[in-house]
Design a binder for this molecule. Structure first.
Ligand SMILES: Cc1cc2nc3c(=O)[nH]c(=O)nc-3n(C[C@H](O)[C@H](O)[C@H](O)COP(=O)(O)O)c2cc1C
Length: 182
């Protein structure tokens, strides 16, 4: 699929069927993600791929850490189990330099978008999500991340279980054109 076709067709899909997603296809998505532009080639990204029982183990670990907030625990479980595969994209925080730290975050966002577009090209649906789940220490600990690492995205992957949003008719962009003759 042409990259512009993937960009035009991609929409966030949040409800998925149980149809499994193979390891090979996820490996191709991660290969695409890790080709993102990255100043100084610090390769700040880390990908945790959770399928099957691994999703439940993560959901249980996070829920256990939220025993005093049953609503939040339930919400975390529901999210982590909503798709057959969850890819957690994290930024490893290796630099004290705030500029590099910001660039590394940007690179992880580029990697996540590469992953979404590759998923589109592979005929998969996806959702990028952050929210509180991205901040829970238990989530980072369960994934073997350091407390200061940043969870940039939970990418939920699978096939939509219901009719999803249509491709956008047009994009909205604030653009000021200067210096063109036409
Ligand atoms: C950094 C980031 C964080 C996001 N976090 C969430 C989230 O926590 N929950 C959610 O429902 N969508 C989340 N989204 C998805 C956006 O809501 C979605 O992309 C937006 O509504 C535009 O829809 P589209 O992706 O179909 O174009 C996130 C997107 C980005 C880029």
């Amino acid at each position: 699929m042409d990259v512009l076709d993937a960009i035009h067709a991609r929409r966030t899909v949040g409800t998925f069927s149980d149809r499994p997603v193979g390891r090979d296809v996820v490996a191709r998505l991660i290969d695409a993600a890790a080709r993102a532009p990255n100043h100084h080639e610090t390769r700040p990204w880390h990908f945790s791929v959770l399928a099957g029982e691994a999703r439940r183990e993560m959901a249980d670990a996070v829920a256990a850490s939220l025993s005093d907030a049953p609503g939040a625990a339930r919400a975390a479980k529901q999210k982590l189990l909503r798709a057959p595969v969850v890819v957690v994209v994290a930024q490893r925080r290796g630099s004290d330099d705030p500029t590099i730290d910001l660039e590394d975050y940007a690179a992880c966002c580029c990697a996540t978008q590469n992953l979404l577009l590759a998923a589109q090209a592979e005929g998969l649906d996806a959702k990028w999500s952050t929210g509180k789940l991205a901040t829970y220490p238990a989530a980072k600990a369960h994934l073997g991340l350091d407390p200061e690492d940043r969870i940039v995205a939970y990418v939920y992957l699978g096939q939509r279980s219901a009719k999803g949003p249509a491709p956008r008719e047009e994009a909205e962009a604030a653009v000021e054109w200067r210096g063109f003759d036409d």
